[in-house]
Design a protein around this ligand. Sequence first.
Ligand code: SF4
Length: 218
Amino acid sequence: MDMCNLAGGKVDGDEVSDLTKTYPIVEIFNSVQGEGIHAGKSSIFIRFGGCNLRCEWCDTEFDEWQEMSVLDILSEVMQWQTKRIIFTGGEPALQNLWPLSTCLRRRGYHIAIESNGTIELDKGLVDWVCISPKDQLYPNVSIKQRTGDELKVVYCGQELSMYDDLRIGFKHLLLQPCYMESESVEWNGRNAAHTEALVKENPEWRLSLQTHKWMGVD
Ligand code: SF4
């Protein structure tokens, strides 16, 4: 196969086996990061299919995907200007992300991952690790990835003290009100107000809001 004739191209150091590796991809799109420390930054989201959890508030469709090769993915992402890429899902850590991460970094991309933390990540796999644990819903699920850049906790009434151990391994602590479509406007309003109050009482945590939902973008 002549990789030079394919969209995305082959550059020095690429392995053919990496470029032809396929992943279950739900969607790839360029948007603005809506939440967390990097809110407001143009980012390319690569959404992987499949998740090992089923959170009741999950609004992500991750059960339908198409297989895309690394070359297919490169040709998608290279149409946009931004060099920031976020691996998200579903649960991206279910995949062997090394071939994709390696080929993207070789082309100058900064790679972040958003994961539920139930699968330990290889050291050096990505440039930014954001863990959003779901053990407030699943007390028996253990968090294996206990270090990273950003700990993003979705708040729906749990005790913050449950993160006393986990938070030690993270540089930034984010508390984000859970938005539940199944709940009333009043419930969601109260939960957001409670989250804000908690951040005031615990200033080591920072409020994270899902601003992309206000803007009506993905
Ligand atoms: S871990 Fe994330 S993607 Fe998986 S079900 Fe929960 S909210 Fe949805």
